[in-house]
Design a protein around this ligand. Structure first.
Ligand SMILES: Cc1ncc(COP(=O)(O)O)c(C=O)c1O
Length: 389
């Protein structure tokens, strides 16, 4: 009986066009990948600087595996903490100018654990409506009240702050670069509001770390926010090409997160070989102004060609370049036809984006060549023409 309920639910999912299917790669990530269905041009990875398949990092991995072993074998609070973890946290804090940094096994876990550890029932969280799912889940799991404000709407945020009567901590949370739209939060103005209303700012720099700011230090650094005035999440799985995340913060916040951040207290620590690779990727990224220039050149090239071809692109000057389709089924059909033409772009549907705004989430990287971008625009124009008939 119970299993037939699951069967019905799975059927509903697929008949509503919401079932997810995995694509399988058989090569390292790069602008061109091998898949179980042949080679594809890859335009949906978060490997913005082209580090995920970097042979130097791969060699370091192999060497460090022999030196340090493969697994951490416990959460950091038990026996999984190593000199590599301590060193990376010190380097992240120095890089971002904060007193401390706390590593998490993933960005999802970072938002879940940090928001929960920093807030209590008497507190209130103000969250942009398009924040990443991990922030939404972190807010839900925390015991604080949550007020969602319209996307990037400073006037609405100010009204919500002015009207709030809670006596506890006020935490304003936002993505720096929004993961499905590619647009940028007005963090300097939000920080001014936080100062005026005694709130604390929390910014998720997942898609801005390594991309903007001095030495790729992110959006808050690019906008000269004082490092001690903002709690920053960064991830290692996007521009750094690896996996994991951190909160950069003051000592008091770090103490709370280490002792109350359940997603890292009760989860196996990242293996030290991975942490050593992250240290190397951070060094490479901080010196990678040429890769950043190539990335921004590729974004400009894509936007120019997409405009010429009248593609329905959204306003974004970040590596995340959505093409709005609207309907879920058409979006997945366009994605499938691109795949058949050798181009791998994922379709994004509800609940990841609001209903009626399904899209292709195209991502541009420093590793793409002009010819790859030209092939993408040609294939996409042809497929959109066919599906609009
Ligand atoms: C804004 C944002 N925060 C957090 C995450 C989660 O990071 P991770 O993939 O390391 O779990 C993502 C991932 O897509 C993201 O876009």
């Amino acid at each position: 009986m119970s299993l037939s309920v699951l069967a019905q639910r799975a059927l509903d999912l697929s008949s509503n066009g919401l079932e997810r299917r995995l694509r399988t790669l058989t090569s390292p990530v790069g602008p061109v990948v091998r898949t179980t269905d042949g080679p594809k041009l890859l335009f949906c990875s978060n490997d913005y600087l082209g580090l995920a398949g970097d042979p130097a990092l791969a060699r370091l991995f192999a060497e460090k595996a022999l030196e340090l072993g493969c697994g951490a074998a416990g959460s950091r609070l038990v026996c999984g903490n190593t000199a590599s973890h301590d060193a990376l946290e010190a380097e992240l804090a120095a890089f971002l100018g904060t007193e401390a940094a706390v590593i998490f096994p993933s960005g999802y876990q970072a938002n879940l654990g940090a928001i929960g550890a920093l807030t209590e029932t008497q507190d209130v969280i103000f969250s942009d409506e398009l924040c990443h799912a991990s922030i939404i889940d972190g807010c839900r799991l925390s015991r604080a009240k949550v007020r969602v404000f319209p996307h990037r709407d400073l006037a609405a945020l100010e009204r919500a702050l002015a009207e709030s009567t809670e006596k506890g901590l006020r935490l304003v949370v936002t993505d720096a670069v929004f993961s499905m739209d590619g647009d940028v939060a007005p963090v300097r103005d939000i920080q001014s509001l936080c100062e005026r209303y005694g709130a604390v700012l929390y910014v998720d720099e997942a898609h801005s770390l390594g991309i903007v700011g001095p030495r790729g230090a992110g959006l808050c650094a690019a906008q000269s926010l004082p490092p001690e005035a903002v709690l920053r999440i960064g991830t290692f799985g996007k521009a750094l090409g690896l996996c994991g995340a951190f909160l950069a913060c003051g000592n008091d916040a770090a103490r709370l997160v280490r002792s109350r951040g359940r997603s890292q207290m009760y989860s196996t620590a990242a293996p030290p070989l991975l942490i050593e690779a992250v240290r190397a990727a951070l060094r490479i990224s901080s010196l990678a102004d040429e890769r950043r220039a190539a990335l921004h050149g590729n974004i400009a090239k894509w936007r120019e060609l997409a405009h010429q071809a009248s593609l329905p692109i959204l306003a974004s000057d970040t590596p995340i370049q959505p093409v709005l389709i609207g309907d879920e089924k058409t979006t997945m059909e366009v994605s499938a036809q691109l795949w058949q033409r050798g181009v791998f772009v994922q379709g994004i549907r509800p609940p990841t984006v609001p209903a009626g705004t399904s899209r292709l989430r195209i991502t541009i990287t420093a590793a793409h060549h002009a010819e790859h971008i030209e092939r993408l625009v040609t294939a996409l124009s042809a497929v959109l023409l066919l599906t609009s008939r």
